[in-house]
Structure formats: C-alpha cells, structure tokens
Design a protein around this ligand. Sequence first.
Ligand code: SF4
Length: 403
Amino acid sequence: MQVRYYYTTVWCIRGYFLHYCQKTQTRSLYIHWPFCPYKCHFCPFVALASHDQFMERYHRALVSEIRLFAEQQHHKDQIDTIHFGGGTPSTYPNDLLLDMFGILRESFEIQPTVEIALEVNPGTVHAGQLEVWKACGVNRLSIGVQSLKDKVLSGLNRHQTARQVYELLEKASMFFDNLSVDLILGLPDVSADEWRQLIQEVVSWPIKHVSVYFLSVHENTPLYFKVKTNQITLPSDEHVVALYQWTCNMLMQHDFLQYELSNFAKKSYESRHNCAYWDRREYRGFGIGACSFDGTRRMQNEKNIMRYMDAIEKNEPVIVFHEELTDEQVKLERLMLGLRRPVGVTLQDFVDTSSQAQKDALHKTVQKLHDCKLIEWNNDSIRLTMQGLALENEVIAQLSGRH
Ligand code: SF4
C-alpha cells in the first residue's frame, strides 16, 4: 500500500505514455508487491488474489524496471529509505527477495542506516522468512493487524486470526526492534469497549509505531456494495471521532507521539519513508500502480499486471500517467499534507499571490472552520482538529475553494 497514500491527490489523468528518463535525486524507493492471499472487501489498493503464478515473472519485470532507472541516474543514488508495500510483500518468495536485494545493492548506494521496511500480513509468514528479511537488511516491519476480532475480519474477507498476530509479534520481536502495527478504526461490529480493549493491549506489545486508519468505503469495493445495500452498517462519525480522540490520548500516555493524524511513534521511530512523502521529497516507485515524484511531476505506473510485464519485456515505458504540478496544485498538496501534521500549515504560504478579496475570503473560511472546531488556529498556523479529521475532505475543499 503505497505511502499508505490515504489522501486523494488531484491528478488529472492524461493517459499517454511518457519515457521517464530524467535524472533525479531520488532518496526513497517504493517497491510494489501486489500479490495477496485474498482480497479484503475494503481494499482500494492495487492488489491481486489468485495470481501467484505470476510472481516470478513480475519479479523479473520489477528488477528490470529498477535496473533501467538506476542506469539512467549515471551514478549510484544514495538511498535513505526503501519500502516494500503491496499487496502483501510478506508473500515475496525468499529466493526472489534475496535476488531483489542483490539488484538494489548493485544499483544504489545503500548504507546500513537506510530504513528498509516491509509490510507483513499475519498468517502469511513461514518458517525462516524473518531470518531472510533480517539478512537482507530489512529493519522495520509494518504489520497489518487491523483488528483482533477474527469474525469481523473474516466477514470482510480478511482471513487472519488474533492468534496469528500474537505468534508473529512474538517471533518478529526476536529479530526486529522497529515493529509497527496498522489498525482500522470504524470497522462494523466492533464495540467501543472492544476497540478500547484492543488499544490497551496494543500499548503493551513490543512495538515502536502504531498507525490508526479510519475505515474508508471506496467505490466499487465489495464493502461499498454491502454498505449501499444495508448488509453492513457502519458506526457513526461521532462514535468514530470519540474513539479516535480516546485512542490518541491513550497512545500518547504510553509515549507514542503523534506525528501525523494517523501515525504515532516512540521517539525516533517515525516512519522516515512516510515523512519523505509528507515533506514532498522525491521518491521513485516500482511495480504496478506505483507512484513517483521527481520534485515537480507526479507519475504513476501501469496498474494492469499483464500490460506492465509485457511493456517491461518489450522495453516499453510503464509510466502511464504523469502530471506537471501547477502552483495551485502544489499549494493544495501542501495544504492536504500539512493539515495532518502537528506543525500544521502556515496561512501566509497560501496567500502570497492572492488578491485582497481572496485573502479576506480565506480569513472568513478559516474563522468559520475554527468556530466549528474543525481546525486549530494559532497565530498564522492552522491544522485539523480531531473532529476536523473526520471531515478532512470538506475542510480542504473549503480552504482550497478560496484560491
Ligand atoms: S491484504 Fe492489504 S493489499 Fe491485500 S487485499 Fe487486503 S488490504 Fe488489500
């Protein structure tokens, strides 16, 4: 799941092919492994169940894409972060993963201080895998716990059990110090007490990082149709916001510092890779649907696995969407990213080229959002409140509509 890019960017999709051949200063790499043992009903990601027969061919395509990119850099880029997302990267076969790391080290400058993270689904980890990941240099595991209620998860076609989570945590903590868990708040049939119990348990685990995501209902997912046809009833926004508020306090009491609205870390254990995205630093994504940013342009790879592999094998480009960001889009991105972080957004950054009428209108909007307790407003800086997070899109639309 790239970046856990949970916000929606405003890319206009032009649908033409682009040869990506410019030299960049990429320090963060994202590698997309799309294979999953099942397709969760809430999943909006480029993820494929029942496609394992393509793993080896896809790996070869990934390797070719990485090599080609590295060759175009004319020198070995020094890398700060590498993130294996998916899909389910914990299903990457050991021999292929070892090969991948050989290629990465051949192609880039990878010092021992590099953050190398791998997303792991409980229930997919087999004997010997943790040792191989460690040997490859992986130093951060991001574990998709989501919930400990097996029935709720299986109702959403996610076939993992609490027992598998406990087993994985126990084994993984013997090899890795930097463990993170992902949780989903707002799942159906999880009571407030059950959620609080989960968080009380999570803070006692041998982990350094917690991501708490709101359940989002994405169009064309099975969850969307179940909600539409009243087969599933989701908890109210008020219920979710109240629990989120409680969760933030609970995590902070246990030294998990909030550095983004969905992310909490023990001191110095923030995800450096995600921070690169949020700081709008350059990064390069490899594999189907992977996104890249070169400082001025956002790009996305072909999402269809067959077309992706065919294109690579024929030496054709795989970046199918790209967009040169306008000043307004850059502002909007900064707004969307900044509002979610404790430092917030400086209003002055958004009015430098605005007319007096626009500035007045923005001021009024900020005042209104502040009165509704959707944003905090200190001097020239604004950021979302916990209530504002639940209405994030609305807040952003209102703020950006003034420009
Ligand atoms: S395991 Fe993750 S990527 Fe795969 S289907 Fe489920 S949510 Fe999507």
